[in-house]
Ligand binder design. Sequence first.
Ligand code: ADP
Length: 489
Amino acid sequence: MKRLLGTLFGKISIIFLLLIFFLGLIQMLVSVQSSMDFVCESDQRINQDLAANLAGKFAPFLNDSLDHEAIRAMIHELMVMNPTVEIYLLHEDGTLLGFFGDSTNIVHKKVAVEPIHTFLNRDEKQRFPIMGVDPRSYVKKKIFSAERIRFNRNQEGFLYVIIGGELYDSILSSLRGSYILSTSFIAILVTLVFGAIVGLILFFFLTKRLHKMTDVVQEFEEGSFSKRIPVGSGDDVGRLALAFNNMAERIEENVKTLKKNDKERRDFIANISHDLRSPLASIQGYLETIIMKDAQLSTDERRKFMDTMYHNVTNLNHLVHQLFELSKLDSMESKPDFEAFSIGELVQDVVLKYKPQAEKKKINLETKIPLQLPLIIGDIGMIDRVLSNLVDNALRYTGNGGHVRVEVQPRSDHVCVHISDTGPGIPAEDLPHIFDRFYRVDKSRSRRSGGTGIGLTIVKRILNAHDTTITAESEVGMGTTFSFALKIQ
Ligand code: ADP
Protein backbone atom coordinates (compact mmCIF):
# COMPACT_ATOMS: atom_id res chain seq x y z
CA MET A 1 0.00 0.00 0.00
CA LYS A 2 2.80 2.39 0.94
CA ARG A 3 4.57 1.56 -2.33
CA LEU A 4 1.36 2.10 -4.27
CA LEU A 5 0.83 5.48 -2.62
CA GLY A 6 4.38 6.40 -3.56
CA THR A 7 3.55 6.20 -7.26
CA LEU A 8 1.57 8.73 -9.27
CA PHE A 9 -0.60 5.91 -10.58
CA GLY A 10 -1.43 4.82 -7.01
CA LYS A 11 -2.30 8.33 -5.88
CA ILE A 12 -4.45 9.15 -8.91
CA SER A 13 -6.21 5.76 -8.69
CA ILE A 14 -7.07 6.11 -5.00
CA ILE A 15 -8.34 9.67 -5.44
CA PHE A 16 -10.32 8.54 -8.50
CA LEU A 17 -11.86 5.54 -6.70
CA LEU A 18 -12.81 7.66 -3.68
CA LEU A 19 -14.38 10.19 -6.00
CA ILE A 20 -16.33 7.49 -7.82
CA PHE A 21 -17.47 6.03 -4.48
CA PHE A 22 -18.77 9.39 -3.20
CA LEU A 23 -20.39 10.26 -6.51
CA GLY A 24 -22.12 6.87 -6.50
CA LEU A 25 -23.29 7.42 -2.95
CA ILE A 26 -24.66 10.86 -3.79
CA GLN A 27 -26.37 9.50 -6.91
CA MET A 28 -28.03 6.71 -4.86
CA LEU A 29 -29.22 9.14 -2.19
CA VAL A 30 -30.61 11.43 -4.88
CA SER A 31 -32.38 8.43 -6.50
CA VAL A 32 -33.98 7.41 -3.18
CA GLN A 33 -35.06 10.96 -2.41
CA SER A 34 -36.49 11.56 -5.86
CA SER A 35 -38.32 8.20 -5.77
CA MET A 36 -39.82 9.17 -2.42
CA ASP A 37 -40.81 12.58 -3.78
CA PHE A 38 -42.34 10.87 -6.77
CA VAL A 39 -44.41 8.49 -4.63
CA CYS A 40 -45.57 11.34 -2.37
CA GLU A 41 -46.37 13.56 -5.34
CA SER A 42 -48.52 10.97 -7.12
CA ASP A 43 -50.19 9.93 -3.87
CA GLN A 44 -51.12 13.49 -3.00
CA ARG A 45 -52.27 14.21 -6.55
CA ILE A 46 -54.54 11.13 -6.56
CA ASN A 47 -55.97 11.90 -3.10
CA GLN A 48 -56.16 15.66 -3.38
CA ASP A 49 -60.00 15.66 -3.31
CA LEU A 50 -60.20 13.23 -0.38
CA ALA A 51 -60.87 15.93 2.24
CA ALA A 52 -63.45 17.62 0.00
CA ASN A 53 -65.27 14.28 -0.40
CA LEU A 54 -65.23 13.59 3.34
CA ALA A 55 -66.27 17.12 4.35
CA GLY A 56 -69.93 16.37 3.57
CA LYS A 57 -69.99 13.59 6.11
CA PHE A 58 -69.08 15.93 8.96
CA ALA A 59 -71.45 18.76 8.01
CA PRO A 60 -74.40 17.56 10.20
CA PHE A 61 -72.23 17.62 13.37
CA LEU A 62 -70.87 21.11 12.85
CA ASN A 63 -73.88 23.34 12.38
CA ASP A 64 -74.88 24.67 15.79
CA SER A 65 -72.23 23.52 18.17
CA LEU A 66 -69.50 20.95 17.78
CA ASP A 67 -70.78 17.46 18.54
CA HIS A 68 -67.42 16.06 19.64
CA GLU A 69 -68.65 12.56 20.28
CA ALA A 70 -70.31 12.26 16.88
CA ILE A 71 -67.23 13.70 15.17
CA ARG A 72 -64.96 11.17 16.93
CA ALA A 73 -67.30 8.38 15.95
CA MET A 74 -67.31 9.56 12.32
CA ILE A 75 -63.51 9.86 12.24
CA HIS A 76 -63.29 6.41 13.75
CA GLU A 77 -65.65 4.98 11.20
CA LEU A 78 -63.83 6.57 8.27
CA MET A 79 -60.44 5.43 9.55
CA VAL A 80 -61.69 1.91 9.96
CA MET A 81 -62.84 2.01 6.36
CA ASN A 82 -59.57 3.55 5.16
CA PRO A 83 -56.77 2.86 7.65
CA THR A 84 -54.16 4.66 5.55
CA VAL A 85 -55.59 8.09 6.43
CA GLU A 86 -55.59 10.16 9.61
CA ILE A 87 -58.40 12.69 9.88
CA TYR A 88 -58.27 15.90 11.91
CA LEU A 89 -60.67 18.78 12.38
CA LEU A 90 -58.85 22.10 12.73
CA HIS A 91 -59.75 25.59 13.77
CA GLU A 92 -58.83 28.16 11.14
CA ASP A 93 -55.71 29.04 13.17
CA GLY A 94 -54.62 25.39 13.07
CA THR A 95 -55.72 24.31 16.56
CA LEU A 96 -56.86 20.69 16.71
CA LEU A 97 -60.61 20.44 17.37
CA GLY A 98 -61.22 16.83 16.64
CA PHE A 99 -59.11 13.75 16.06
CA PHE A 100 -59.24 10.05 16.67
CA GLY A 101 -57.44 7.99 19.26
CA ASP A 102 -55.39 8.61 22.32
CA SER A 103 -54.51 12.27 22.87
CA THR A 104 -51.14 11.20 24.30
CA ASN A 105 -50.04 10.39 20.77
CA ILE A 106 -50.70 13.97 19.70
CA VAL A 107 -47.52 16.04 19.88
CA HIS A 108 -48.80 19.13 18.03
CA LYS A 109 -52.01 20.58 19.43
CA LYS A 110 -51.79 23.20 16.73
CA VAL A 111 -50.48 22.74 13.16
CA ALA A 112 -49.09 25.28 10.73
CA VAL A 113 -51.80 26.50 8.38
CA GLU A 114 -49.56 27.90 5.59
CA PRO A 115 -49.26 24.51 3.76
CA ILE A 116 -53.07 24.15 4.10
CA HIS A 117 -53.63 27.55 2.49
CA THR A 118 -51.16 26.69 -0.26
CA PHE A 119 -53.01 23.44 -0.84
CA LEU A 120 -56.45 25.10 -0.92
CA ASN A 121 -55.32 27.94 -3.22
CA ARG A 122 -53.51 25.59 -5.63
CA ASP A 123 -53.86 25.93 -9.38
CA GLU A 124 -52.60 23.78 -12.31
CA LYS A 125 -49.07 25.01 -11.92
CA GLN A 126 -48.85 24.01 -8.25
CA ARG A 127 -46.05 21.55 -7.65
CA PHE A 128 -46.71 18.49 -5.51
CA PRO A 129 -45.96 17.22 -2.90
CA ILE A 130 -47.02 19.92 -0.42
CA MET A 131 -45.89 18.70 2.96
CA GLY A 132 -47.86 19.52 6.10
CA VAL A 133 -47.29 19.05 9.83
CA ASP A 134 -48.19 15.61 11.16
CA PRO A 135 -49.80 16.15 14.61
CA ARG A 136 -48.40 12.81 15.70
CA SER A 137 -44.77 13.43 14.75
CA TYR A 138 -42.18 15.93 15.93
CA VAL A 139 -40.03 15.98 12.83
CA LYS A 140 -41.69 14.33 9.89
CA LYS A 141 -43.86 16.31 7.54
CA LYS A 142 -46.40 14.45 5.50
CA ILE A 143 -48.65 14.81 2.45
CA PHE A 144 -52.23 15.74 3.13
CA SER A 145 -55.56 16.76 1.69
CA ALA A 146 -57.63 19.59 3.18
CA GLU A 147 -60.98 21.29 2.79
CA ARG A 148 -62.58 24.37 4.27
CA ILE A 149 -65.44 23.76 6.72
CA ARG A 150 -67.82 25.94 8.68
CA PHE A 151 -68.91 25.21 12.22
CA ASN A 152 -70.81 26.96 15.01
CA ARG A 153 -72.65 28.76 12.19
CA ASN A 154 -70.02 31.32 11.28
CA GLN A 155 -66.66 29.91 12.36
CA GLU A 156 -64.11 28.72 9.80
CA GLY A 157 -61.97 25.63 10.02
CA PHE A 158 -60.40 22.85 8.02
CA LEU A 159 -60.83 19.17 7.53
CA TYR A 160 -57.21 18.01 7.51
CA VAL A 161 -56.46 14.53 6.22
CA ILE A 162 -52.93 13.13 6.51
CA ILE A 163 -52.66 10.74 3.59
CA GLY A 164 -51.12 7.34 4.13
CA GLY A 165 -50.11 8.10 7.69
CA GLU A 166 -48.08 4.97 7.90
CA LEU A 167 -47.49 4.85 4.17
CA TYR A 168 -44.82 7.53 4.24
CA ASP A 169 -42.92 5.67 6.95
CA SER A 170 -43.10 2.51 4.96
CA ILE A 171 -42.07 4.07 1.67
CA LEU A 172 -38.41 3.57 2.47
CA SER A 173 -38.91 -0.07 3.28
CA SER A 174 -41.08 -0.55 0.24
CA LEU A 175 -38.50 1.24 -1.88
CA ARG A 176 -35.95 -1.25 -0.68
CA GLY A 177 -37.89 -3.92 -2.40
CA SER A 178 -38.75 -1.72 -5.37
CA TYR A 179 -37.82 -3.33 -8.65
CA ILE A 180 -37.17 0.00 -10.39
CA LEU A 181 -35.00 1.26 -7.58
CA SER A 182 -32.97 -1.90 -7.23
CA THR A 183 -32.53 -2.02 -11.01
CA SER A 184 -31.34 1.57 -11.06
CA PHE A 185 -29.00 0.82 -8.15
CA ILE A 186 -27.53 -2.04 -10.11
CA ALA A 187 -27.24 0.22 -13.17
CA ILE A 188 -25.43 2.83 -11.09
CA LEU A 189 -23.17 0.19 -9.63
CA VAL A 190 -22.35 -1.29 -13.03
CA THR A 191 -21.66 2.20 -14.43
CA LEU A 192 -19.39 3.01 -11.50
CA VAL A 193 -17.49 -0.28 -11.71
CA PHE A 194 -17.16 0.08 -15.47
CA GLY A 195 -16.04 3.72 -15.07
CA ALA A 196 -13.54 2.71 -12.39
CA ILE A 197 -12.06 -0.06 -14.55
CA VAL A 198 -11.80 2.12 -17.67
CA GLY A 199 -10.40 5.00 -15.58
CA LEU A 200 -7.76 2.77 -13.98
CA ILE A 201 -6.73 1.37 -17.37
CA LEU A 202 -6.45 4.91 -18.80
CA PHE A 203 -4.43 6.08 -15.79
CA PHE A 204 -2.20 3.05 -16.14
CA PHE A 205 -1.38 3.90 -19.77
CA LEU A 206 -0.99 7.57 -18.98
CA THR A 207 1.40 6.95 -16.12
CA LYS A 208 3.21 4.34 -18.21
CA ARG A 209 4.23 7.19 -20.53
CA LEU A 210 5.48 9.07 -17.48
CA HIS A 211 7.43 5.96 -16.38
CA LYS A 212 9.07 5.83 -19.77
CA MET A 213 9.93 9.51 -19.46
CA THR A 214 11.42 8.94 -16.02
CA ASP A 215 13.59 6.10 -17.41
CA VAL A 216 14.92 8.33 -20.18
CA VAL A 217 15.55 11.21 -17.76
CA GLN A 218 17.42 8.85 -15.44
CA GLU A 219 19.56 7.52 -18.29
CA PHE A 220 20.20 11.11 -19.35
CA GLU A 221 21.22 11.98 -15.81
CA GLU A 222 23.68 9.07 -15.85
CA GLY A 223 25.39 10.52 -18.91
CA SER A 224 23.57 9.17 -21.99
CA PHE A 225 23.10 12.62 -23.46
CA SER A 226 21.79 11.30 -26.77
CA LYS A 227 18.66 9.79 -25.13
CA ARG A 228 15.34 11.36 -26.19
CA ILE A 229 11.70 10.74 -25.21
CA PRO A 230 9.35 9.61 -28.01
CA VAL A 231 6.87 12.52 -28.17
CA GLY A 232 3.78 10.66 -29.48
CA SER A 233 0.82 13.02 -29.02
CA GLY A 234 0.57 16.77 -28.61
CA ASP A 235 -1.10 16.63 -25.17
CA ASP A 236 0.45 17.93 -21.94
CA VAL A 237 2.64 14.83 -21.52
CA GLY A 238 3.70 15.11 -25.18
CA ARG A 239 4.53 18.77 -24.66
CA LEU A 240 6.52 17.91 -21.55
CA ALA A 241 8.44 15.28 -23.57
CA LEU A 242 9.09 17.86 -26.30
CA ALA A 243 10.28 20.41 -23.76
CA PHE A 244 12.60 17.80 -22.23
CA ASN A 245 13.95 16.85 -25.67
CA ASN A 246 14.65 20.49 -26.49
CA MET A 247 16.37 20.93 -23.15
CA ALA A 248 18.36 17.71 -23.70
CA GLU A 249 19.36 18.99 -27.16
CA ARG A 250 20.70 22.18 -25.63
CA ILE A 251 22.48 20.37 -22.81
CA GLU A 252 24.07 17.98 -25.31
CA GLU A 253 25.25 20.93 -27.40
CA ASN A 254 26.60 22.67 -24.30
CA VAL A 255 28.44 19.54 -23.21
CA LYS A 256 29.96 19.27 -26.70
CA THR A 257 30.96 22.94 -26.57
CA LEU A 258 32.46 22.44 -23.10
CA LYS A 259 34.42 19.44 -24.33
CA LYS A 260 35.57 21.38 -27.40
CA ASN A 261 36.52 24.35 -25.22
CA ASP A 262 38.41 22.05 -22.89
CA LYS A 263 40.31 20.51 -25.79
CA GLU A 264 41.00 23.99 -27.20
CA ARG A 265 42.26 25.12 -23.81
CA ARG A 266 44.63 22.16 -23.57
CA ASP A 267 45.82 22.68 -27.16
CA PHE A 268 46.20 26.36 -26.40
CA ILE A 269 48.45 25.69 -23.41
CA ALA A 270 50.44 23.12 -25.39
CA ASN A 271 50.89 25.62 -28.24
CA ILE A 272 51.91 28.47 -25.97
CA SER A 273 54.37 26.23 -24.14
CA HIS A 274 55.88 25.20 -27.45
CA ASP A 275 55.99 28.72 -28.85
CA LEU A 276 57.57 30.06 -25.68
CA ARG A 277 59.95 27.19 -25.14
CA SER A 278 61.64 27.27 -28.59
CA PRO A 279 62.80 30.90 -28.59
CA LEU A 280 63.67 30.73 -24.87
CA ALA A 281 65.75 27.58 -25.41
CA SER A 282 67.48 29.24 -28.34
CA ILE A 283 68.24 32.40 -26.32
CA GLN A 284 69.49 30.29 -23.40
CA GLY A 285 71.77 28.28 -25.74
CA TYR A 286 73.31 31.39 -27.26
CA LEU A 287 73.76 33.03 -23.85
CA GLU A 288 75.51 29.91 -22.48
CA THR A 289 77.84 29.87 -25.48
CA ILE A 290 78.64 33.57 -24.99
CA ILE A 291 79.30 33.05 -21.26
CA MET A 292 81.45 29.95 -21.71
CA LYS A 293 83.39 30.95 -24.83
CA ASP A 294 83.40 34.68 -24.37
CA ALA A 295 87.11 35.11 -25.08
CA GLN A 296 87.17 32.75 -28.05
CA LEU A 297 84.28 34.37 -29.92
CA SER A 298 85.02 36.65 -32.81
CA THR A 299 83.15 39.97 -33.11
CA ASP A 300 81.25 38.64 -36.13
CA GLU A 301 80.16 35.51 -34.26
CA ARG A 302 79.08 37.51 -31.23
CA ARG A 303 77.15 39.88 -33.51
CA LYS A 304 75.42 36.92 -35.21
CA PHE A 305 74.43 35.44 -31.83
CA MET A 306 73.12 38.79 -30.64
CA ASP A 307 71.06 39.22 -33.84
CA THR A 308 69.49 35.80 -33.41
CA MET A 309 68.71 36.47 -29.76
CA TYR A 310 67.20 39.84 -30.68
CA HIS A 311 65.05 38.15 -33.33
CA ASN A 312 63.85 35.56 -30.80
CA VAL A 313 63.10 38.18 -28.14
CA THR A 314 61.17 40.23 -30.71
CA ASN A 315 59.12 37.16 -31.64
CA LEU A 316 58.46 36.40 -27.97
CA ASN A 317 57.38 39.95 -27.35
CA HIS A 318 55.05 39.79 -30.37
CA LEU A 319 53.57 36.49 -29.15
CA VAL A 320 52.96 37.74 -25.61
CA HIS A 321 51.43 40.93 -26.99
CA GLN A 322 49.08 38.96 -29.30
CA LEU A 323 48.10 36.61 -26.45
CA PHE A 324 47.29 39.51 -24.19
CA GLU A 325 45.15 41.11 -26.86
CA LEU A 326 43.32 37.85 -27.59
CA SER A 327 42.59 37.21 -23.91
CA LYS A 328 41.20 40.74 -23.60
CA LEU A 329 38.93 40.14 -26.59
CA ASP A 330 37.93 36.70 -25.23
CA SER A 331 36.85 38.09 -21.90
CA MET A 332 35.06 40.94 -23.74
CA GLU A 333 37.07 43.27 -21.55
CA SER A 334 37.91 45.40 -24.53
CA LYS A 335 34.60 46.41 -26.03
CA PRO A 336 34.63 48.57 -29.16
CA ASP A 337 34.54 52.28 -28.51
CA PHE A 338 32.37 53.27 -31.46
CA GLU A 339 33.00 56.54 -33.30
CA ALA A 340 32.71 57.87 -36.85
CA PHE A 341 35.96 58.08 -38.81
CA SER A 342 37.38 58.04 -42.32
CA ILE A 343 38.40 54.51 -43.32
CA GLY A 344 40.30 55.98 -46.33
CA GLU A 345 42.60 57.97 -44.05
CA LEU A 346 43.13 55.00 -41.74
CA VAL A 347 44.10 52.74 -44.68
CA GLN A 348 46.57 55.39 -45.89
CA ASP A 349 48.16 55.59 -42.40
CA VAL A 350 48.51 51.80 -42.09
CA VAL A 351 49.96 51.45 -45.59
CA LEU A 352 52.43 54.25 -44.85
CA LYS A 353 53.50 52.41 -41.68
CA TYR A 354 54.25 49.25 -43.69
CA LYS A 355 55.97 50.98 -46.63
CA PRO A 356 59.53 50.33 -45.30
CA GLN A 357 58.75 46.62 -44.79
CA ALA A 358 57.35 46.43 -48.35
CA GLU A 359 60.31 48.20 -49.82
CA LYS A 360 62.68 45.80 -48.09
CA LYS A 361 61.06 42.96 -50.07
CA LYS A 362 60.55 45.08 -53.18
CA ILE A 363 56.80 44.54 -52.87
CA ASN A 364 54.51 46.95 -54.62
CA LEU A 365 52.16 48.04 -51.78
CA GLU A 366 49.37 50.12 -53.32
CA THR A 367 45.92 51.44 -52.37
CA LYS A 368 42.75 52.15 -54.32
CA ILE A 369 40.56 54.55 -52.37
CA PRO A 370 37.78 56.65 -53.97
CA LEU A 371 37.90 60.36 -53.24
CA GLN A 372 34.34 60.57 -51.90
CA LEU A 373 33.91 58.17 -49.00
CA PRO A 374 31.29 58.21 -46.24
CA LEU A 375 32.49 58.02 -42.63
CA ILE A 376 32.20 54.59 -41.06
CA ILE A 377 31.29 53.61 -37.50
CA GLY A 378 33.77 51.57 -35.46
CA ASP A 379 36.57 51.50 -32.93
CA ILE A 380 39.40 53.22 -34.78
CA GLY A 381 42.11 51.50 -32.71
CA MET A 382 40.64 48.06 -33.31
CA ILE A 383 40.13 48.59 -37.07
CA ASP A 384 43.73 49.84 -37.24
CA ARG A 385 44.73 46.50 -35.65
CA VAL A 386 42.66 44.57 -38.23
CA LEU A 387 44.22 46.40 -41.19
CA SER A 388 47.73 46.13 -39.72
CA ASN A 389 47.42 42.37 -39.13
CA LEU A 390 46.11 41.76 -42.65
CA VAL A 391 48.70 43.98 -44.39
CA ASP A 392 51.46 42.49 -42.22
CA ASN A 393 50.39 38.95 -43.19
CA ALA A 394 50.16 39.89 -46.87
CA LEU A 395 53.69 41.33 -46.80
CA ARG A 396 55.11 38.42 -44.79
CA TYR A 397 53.64 35.69 -47.00
CA THR A 398 54.19 37.41 -50.37
CA GLY A 399 57.52 36.73 -52.06
CA ASN A 400 59.99 39.42 -53.12
CA GLY A 401 58.77 41.58 -55.98
CA GLY A 402 55.09 40.71 -55.44
CA HIS A 403 52.03 42.95 -55.16
CA VAL A 404 49.87 43.85 -52.17
CA ARG A 405 46.82 46.02 -52.69
CA VAL A 406 44.32 47.54 -50.24
CA GLU A 407 41.05 48.58 -51.89
CA VAL A 408 38.12 50.45 -50.35
CA GLN A 409 34.69 50.25 -52.03
CA PRO A 410 31.65 52.20 -50.80
CA ARG A 411 28.28 50.41 -50.93
CA SER A 412 24.74 51.56 -50.04
CA ASP A 413 24.97 51.19 -46.24
CA HIS A 414 28.51 49.97 -45.73
CA VAL A 415 32.07 50.21 -46.98
CA CYS A 416 34.00 47.11 -48.16
CA VAL A 417 37.72 46.72 -47.60
CA HIS A 418 39.74 44.16 -49.62
CA ILE A 419 43.39 43.27 -48.91
CA SER A 420 44.80 41.15 -51.73
CA ASP A 421 48.27 39.82 -52.39
CA THR A 422 50.11 37.77 -54.98
CA GLY A 423 51.51 35.40 -52.32
CA PRO A 424 51.52 31.60 -52.24
CA GLY A 425 47.77 31.37 -51.52
CA ILE A 426 46.10 29.10 -48.98
CA PRO A 427 45.04 25.51 -49.86
CA ALA A 428 41.22 25.06 -49.90
CA GLU A 429 41.35 22.51 -47.04
CA ASP A 430 43.15 25.03 -44.78
CA LEU A 431 40.99 28.01 -45.66
CA PRO A 432 38.13 27.26 -43.20
CA HIS A 433 40.63 26.96 -40.29
CA ILE A 434 42.90 29.97 -40.72
CA PHE A 435 40.79 32.01 -38.26
CA ASP A 436 41.19 29.34 -35.53
CA ARG A 437 43.60 30.00 -32.69
CA PHE A 438 47.19 28.90 -33.43
CA TYR A 439 46.28 27.58 -36.87
CA ARG A 440 49.19 27.89 -39.23
CA VAL A 441 49.19 26.52 -42.78
CA ASP A 442 52.92 26.01 -43.02
CA LYS A 443 53.90 25.50 -39.39
CA SER A 444 57.67 25.82 -39.56
CA ARG A 445 57.72 28.63 -42.11
CA SER A 446 55.16 30.64 -40.23
CA ARG A 447 57.04 30.24 -36.95
CA ARG A 448 60.31 31.23 -38.52
CA SER A 449 58.74 34.38 -39.94
CA GLY A 450 57.47 35.32 -36.47
CA GLY A 451 53.94 34.02 -37.08
CA THR A 452 51.90 33.17 -34.01
CA GLY A 453 48.72 31.77 -35.61
CA ILE A 454 46.75 34.27 -33.52
CA GLY A 455 46.68 37.31 -35.82
CA LEU A 456 43.66 36.26 -37.89
CA THR A 457 41.80 35.07 -34.75
CA ILE A 458 42.17 38.57 -33.31
CA VAL A 459 40.99 40.07 -36.63
CA LYS A 460 37.87 37.89 -36.63
CA ARG A 461 37.03 38.63 -32.97
CA ILE A 462 37.34 42.38 -33.53
CA LEU A 463 35.11 42.29 -36.62
CA ASN A 464 32.57 40.12 -34.80
CA ALA A 465 32.47 42.73 -32.04
CA HIS A 466 31.59 45.19 -34.85
CA ASP A 467 28.68 42.93 -35.95
CA THR A 468 30.44 42.01 -39.15
CA THR A 469 32.73 39.26 -40.35
CA ILE A 470 35.70 38.54 -42.58
CA THR A 471 35.96 36.30 -45.63
CA ALA A 472 39.02 34.90 -47.37
CA GLU A 473 39.34 33.85 -51.02
CA SER A 474 42.51 32.20 -52.14
CA GLU A 475 44.07 30.26 -54.99
CA VAL A 476 47.30 28.39 -54.44
CA GLY A 477 50.10 30.02 -56.42
CA MET A 478 47.97 33.07 -57.33
CA GLY A 479 47.37 34.89 -54.05
CA THR A 480 44.84 35.64 -51.34
CA THR A 481 42.16 38.28 -50.77
CA PHE A 482 40.68 39.09 -47.34
CA SER A 483 37.47 41.17 -47.34
CA PHE A 484 35.31 42.75 -44.67
CA ALA A 485 32.58 45.38 -44.50
CA LEU A 486 31.97 48.20 -42.01
CA LYS A 487 28.73 50.08 -41.43
CA ILE A 488 28.62 53.68 -42.55
CA GLN A 489 27.53 56.47 -40.21
P1 ADP B 1 50.42 33.98 -38.33
O1 ADP B 1 50.87 34.82 -37.20
O2 ADP B 1 50.98 32.62 -38.33
O3 ADP B 1 50.48 34.67 -39.63
P2 ADP B 1 47.63 34.33 -38.63
O4 ADP B 1 46.49 33.99 -37.71
O5 ADP B 1 47.79 35.75 -38.98
O6 ADP B 1 48.91 33.72 -37.97
O7 ADP B 1 47.42 33.49 -39.93
C1 ADP B 1 47.09 32.10 -39.83
C2 ADP B 1 47.69 31.35 -41.01
O8 ADP B 1 47.01 31.73 -42.21
C3 ADP B 1 49.12 31.68 -41.27
O9 ADP B 1 49.96 30.83 -40.54
C4 ADP B 1 49.27 31.46 -42.74
O10 ADP B 1 49.55 30.10 -42.99
C5 ADP B 1 47.90 31.74 -43.30
N1 ADP B 1 47.86 33.10 -43.92
C6 ADP B 1 47.41 34.24 -43.33
N2 ADP B 1 47.48 35.28 -44.19
C7 ADP B 1 47.99 34.78 -45.37
C8 ADP B 1 48.29 35.33 -46.66
N3 ADP B 1 48.10 36.63 -46.91
N4 ADP B 1 48.77 34.50 -47.58
C9 ADP B 1 48.96 33.21 -47.34
N5 ADP B 1 48.69 32.62 -46.17
C10 ADP B 1 48.22 33.38 -45.19
